[in-house]
Ligand binder design. Structure first.
Ligand SMILES: [Zn+2]
Length: 455
């Protein structure tokens, strides 16, 4: 069996691996580069053309999870190519009207985890893993007497971190993601904590619940601007409305916020897009907070986003929810801002602009890099937030394993060889991951994009 990393060997994101046997070629992940939108038009065209060439002779594609840097090139597939993904991933792709992928147009095949199935001469087993995407999985491929395990994106510090212990052992080759392998470990503010060894570890997702709960119950701070100045002058203090900037698809984070709301006596308010995502996910995992089944989860309807969703999807995202749902209005929020935590993003800015509350606090609960995005949409949102809110310290943790987590994966799997992927620092793998594994001689094969590798 041969492997080739088309993209992802030298960068974070845009993963695409080809596995080739005597009879079969499959692609594993088919992602857009993370900075695709920022690239010049001619480069974007080149990326699509390349993807079409990679997929031309592939008999199937296997997608690990619902992040665009792993699935975004699906539209470049020849018609009819089977696309394998977990049911959770399918649900998230189908409920995102902005990703340009109408799942009905593709031949999507879902599977159960840890139940091997055969595709031509390859035996495939999917393993659910912990990541910031619901339904994420790793794949083990067995063919021609060899086995390959590809982690996709993985972490051990989320709610399902323990799942890594179910990964298969003694594979011939482990394709291991290394987003957090870098010279200076754990330098992200609000995301890492020191350990006894001096390394830094990613904060556990469950620990964020207490951080948020403490924040949501804190004293109010006067908001910048005229309204707050008036309030401060009159001595009136209202509890702050809390705004949290996070992905509506990061189900783990929504659960964290929901739990923090319960602890602090607030209600979680989400936009209609997030509401539909939660409702769909809850069909598979009924314990996930959702608008239709949980009294403490409400929906707000930003005019622009609602119109846009109506245009794109008909009534699915809006009127379908409205009759049954706990809708929150401007009036409700203005009257009692301290009762709510709102999940917000750029596309809900028009709603925030119409609110009239004396104090707003804003928390970044996503990768910091998105806040520095220079696109006009983000810049406009950021400018407004900076003018009208008190911005708190970030409360976030990475979707990717820290070095300690990667080490534990390697110790569990005990592969015969490791190939770094989804990393900018493949050459640091040996030093970082094995520095504390005594008696380890597992070779690390540093590949370059487009290099062929015999397994
Ligand atoms: Zn991911």
């Amino acid at each position: 069996m041969h492997a080739k990393i088309y993209r992802g060997a030298e960068e974070i994101g845009g993963n695409c691996i080809a596995l080739q046997t005597a009879q079969t070629k499959i692609l594993v992940d088919f992602g857009l580069p993370l900075d695709f939108d920022d690239r010049p038009k001619d480069e974007q065209k080149k990326i699509w053309a390349e993807a079409e060439a990679w997929a031309q002779d592939a008999q199937a594609v296997f997608i690990t999870h619902s992040h665009p840097d792993h699935y975004g090139l699906i539209p470049a597939l020849p018609k009819g190519t089977p696309v394998f993904m977990s049911e959770g991933t399918r649900i998230l792709l189908a409920s995102n009207p902005f990703n340009g992928i109408k799942t009905d147009d593709y031949t999507i095949v879902t599977f159960a985890c840890r139940q091997p199935f055969t595709f031509r001469d390859i035996t495939v087993t999917a393993y659910a893993v912990d990541h910031s995407a619901y339904g994420a999985c790793a794949f083990c491929f067995q063919a021609e007497g060899k086995s390959v395990l590809y982690t996709g994106d993985i972490r051990l510090h989320g709610r399902k971190g323990v799942l890594y212990k179910l990964l298969p052992k003694h594979v011939d080759c482990l394709f291991l993601e290394g987003t957090n392998v870098r010279e200076e470990e754990g330098t992200n503010p609000g995301q890492n904590e020191p350990t006894k060894t001096g390394n830094k570890r990613c904060v556990r997702e469950t620990a964020l619940t207490e951080k948020f709960a403490a924040l949501f119950t804190r004293e109010s701070v006067p908001t910048k601007g005229t309204a707050s100045a008036k309030n401060a002058a009159s001595g009136k203090a209202a509890e702050s409305l809390h705004l949290v900037w996070c992905s509506g698809q990061n189900i783990d984070r929504i659960v964290t916020l929901y739990k923090a709301c319960l602890l602090s006596g607030r209600q979680l308010v989400v936009d209609p897009y997030t509401a539909v995502v939660l409702d769909e996910v809850a069909k598979l995992s009924p314990k996930i907070p959702n608008v239709l089944g949980f009294d403490n989860v409400k929906v707000y309807y930003p005019q622009r986003l609602t119109t846009c969703l109506n245009k794109k999807c008909g009534s699915r995202y809006t009127t379908y929810l409205q009759p049954r749902v706990n809708k929150v209005t401007y009036k409700d929020i203005n009257a009692n801002p301290g009762a709510y935590v709102m999940v917000v993003r750029e596309s809900t800015l028009d709603y925030l602009q119409r609110l009239s509350v004396p104090s707003m606090r804003f928390t970044i609960s996503t990768w910091r890099g998105y806040w520095d995005d220079k696109s006009s949409k983000t810049a406009r949102f950021r400018q407004w937030i900076e003018q009208h809110c008190n911005i708190t310290e970030d409360i976030h943790t990475s979707g990717h394993a820290d070095v300690n987590g990667l080490r534990r994966i390697v110790e569990h799997v005990q592969p015969k060889g490791i190939v770094p992927i989804h990393t900018e620092n493949a050459t640091l793998f040996s030093q970082k991951i094995f520095s504390q594994i005594t008696d380890n001689s597992t070779p690390v094969f540093v590949l370059y994009n487009n290099a062929t590798f015999e397994i």
